[in-house]
Design a protein around this ligand. Structure first.
Ligand SMILES: C[S@@+](CC[C@H](N)C(=O)[O-])C[C@H]1O[C@@H](n2cnc3c(N)ncnc32)[C@H](O)[C@@H]1O
Length: 215
């Protein structure tokens, strides 16, 4: 396991209940990015199998299911997965790393990464994207959501007011940094959204959809 993952897992294990109780559904999302989720689902075909890669406490699993997907969650943090199973037990969720997915090649019609690559350092990002591409069937789609920006930030201090002392590094990227990595894997970007921060959000947000070619 890459060293950074141990820190990320420890942080999310610590804040899992706070996270799950604060975000039970799509409270932080704007209609614009939820429209990208709907567009992603529409690209996948009938009753698609979707890997919610970095599902956290599982709040997006019902959102995918209500649109007709058959979602399976996977997350690094056993405590986040415990809450996913407790709160959204209608859907399977398992503990695992995005750097080494325990799924067969071509197993999913879609891979959905909703703010889950944000803790992956640049040096490990290609490996994570390659794993996501590997488990996608030819013609399948990958969605990535992330905060736009540059550099790394420790967002751990944000949890101190809630009594949690954690270190949690968040890597900010631009769409033009991510798209070439996908294209090098043979996955052209087929949709992209960039929007400015709204309300108390400090950062602009991006959603990118890429397609695994059929031939
Ligand atoms: C910001 S949370 C988002 C969770 C969920 N997608 C949501 O929107 O509520 C990031 C999640 O990604 C998971 N994660 C980060 N790096 C991971 C990795 N390398 N493998 C698996 N999960 C990872 C964390 O454990 C955490 O639950």
């Amino acid at each position: 396991m890459p060293q950074g993952e141990e820190l990320t897992r420890a942080a999310y294990d610590t804040v899992a209940d706070l996270y799950a109780d604060t975000f039970t559904a799509t409270e932080p999302e704007q209609p614009l990015e939820l429209a990208m989720v709907d567009h992603f689902v529409a690209l996948l075909g009938h009753r698609p199998r979707v890997l919610d890669a970095g599902c956290g406490a599982g709040r997006m699993l019902p959102r995918l299911a209500v649109r007709g997907c058959r979602p399976h969650g996977v997350d690094l943090s056993p405590e986040m997965v415990r809450r996913a199973l407790a709160d959204h037990g209608a859907y399977p969720s398992t503990v695992g790393s995005l750097t080494d997915l325990a799924f067969a090649d071509d197993e999913f019609d879609g891979v959905f990464s909703w703010y889950s690559t944000i803790h992956t350092p640049d040096a490990d990002l290609d490996r994570v994207l390659a794993e996501m591409a590997r488990v996608l069937r030819p013609g399948g789609h990958l969605l990535l959501a992330f905060q736009i920006g540059e550099g790394v930030r420790d967002i751990g201090p944000g949890f101190a007011a809630h009594g949690h002392q954690v270190t949690l590094l968040r890597y900010h990227r631009r769409v033009q940094d991510v798209a070439p990595r996908l294209e090098r894997l043979g996955m052209p970007v087929v949709a992209r959204l960039e929007r400015g921060p709204l309300g108390s959000e400090p950062d602009p947000q991006a959603v990118v959809i890429a397609r695994r070619p059929t031939g």
